[in-house]
Ligand binder design. Structure first.
Ligand code: A2P
Length: 324
């Protein structure tokens, strides 16, 4: 089995390599792909030295599985070409997520959607963190409406986001900013481009992707995406209204039994999930679990996950693992 990682020099791509090793994914040949700028660059991985190749060079190789994380434009153009050449593509960009012929998969939730598809989309990082906390509660009590607010790490904007935060912090000029305003000592209610009706792309991803993964087109969802000057993970405040009345102890026990979720919830000890708690981990941490007393059947919770791991690289490798 030959594997390719597209975007292997990037934040998510390099973590995909690490997770492939951690999860002991077997391979014969490994191809590391990035832009023309990086062609020929040497990367050391698993006691081997790999030379970065370009997408066009990769089209001549025999690739069984390709993990794509080089942005939407690259995925739109090259994912179909890789599939045509015989590869199964797991795409971390937003390019194919809402295509009705492409499954959008969180392996704990809807692995059966993969069927015999050879192009599979990895959901948005905040969608994954939120839906991991939600899906088993939804199965038990049926979510009717979600109000989601995210507090997203700069690592979600790639190296550009990290560089802007730390250059600003060091008082250095920012050559290629990721955001239209200062991010250090600031927060920006802005994730992705603004759409005509006042929402941002990232907000609409949360709405559409959640409905698609849960096969629940009627869930009412509204979202606000906020960029905060942190690294380590995305945090999500979720208010969910269920069809049915719930029992809070049962909510705890459902979350305790959910694979990939860890409860961190002890107000007396000031225990709740933070980005620093989630950093470098594959699990989604859930806390501040409490009834919303303002409305019947409503629950509040707080979830945090490493957006580069479960929000991106880990979920993609888990999809690969599910297929093989
Ligand atoms: P490169 O390092 O050569 O620019 P991040 O989001 O962390 O900045 O990473 C983006 C990844 O996508 C990098 O590996 C980057 O490679 C890769 N990439 C960006 N544009 C292209 C492209 N046109 N073709 C192939 N890889 C690309």
């Amino acid at each position: 089995m030959n594997i390719a990682v597209v975007g292997a020099t990037g934040l998510v791509g390099s973590l995909m390599l690490k997770v492939l090793a951690e999860q002991n994914i077997p391979y014969e040949k490994l191809y590391l792909i990035a832009s023309q700028r990086s062609a020929g660059k040497k990367i050391s991985f698993n006691n081997n030295i790999y030379s970065i190749i370009t997408l066009d060079e990769a089209l001549d190789k025999n690739i069984d599985f390709a993990l794509f994380s080089a942005g939407k434009t690259v995925s739109l153009e090259y994912a179909p070409l890789f599939v045509k050449n015989g590869a199964t593509v797991i795409d971390n960009s937003s390019a194919w997520r809402m295509d009705p012929t492409v499954p959008l998969v969180v392996p704990e939730i809807n692995p059966e959607d993969i069927k015999d598809n050879r192009l599979i989309a990895n959901p948005n990082c905040s969608t994954i963190a939120m839906i991991m906390a939600l899906f088993n509660l939804h199965r038990r009590y049926t979510a009717r409406r979600l109000v989601i607010s995210t507090y997203q790490s700069v690592t979600g904007s790639g190296m550009k986001g990290i560089n802007q935060l730390f250059d600003e912090r060091a008082g250095k000029p920012v050559s290629n900013p990721a955001y239209p305003h200062k991010i250090d000592l600031n927060i920006l209610p802005h994730g992705g481009a603004f759409l005509d009706y006042g929402y941002t792309e990232e907000e609409i991803k949360l709405v559409n992707e959640t409905r698609k993964i849960l096969h629940a087109p009627d869930i009412q969802i509204t979202a606000t995406v906020v960029r905060v000057p942190v690294t380590g993970g995305h945090s999500i405040s979720l208010n969910v209204e269920f069809e049915d009345e719930f029992d809070l102890q049962d909510v705890y026990s459902i979350l305790q039994k959910t694979e990939g979720v860890v409860i961190a919830d002890n107000p007396k000890e000031n225990l709740y999930p933070t980005p620093q708690m989630a950093e470098g981990k594959d699990e989604v941490f859930v806390g501040r679990i409490r009834r919303d007393f303002s409305r019947a059947h409503c629950l509040n919770l707080w979830a945090t996950a490493d957006n580069l791991r479960k929000g991106a690289a880990t979920n993609a490798v888990q999809i690969l693992k599910t297929i093989i």
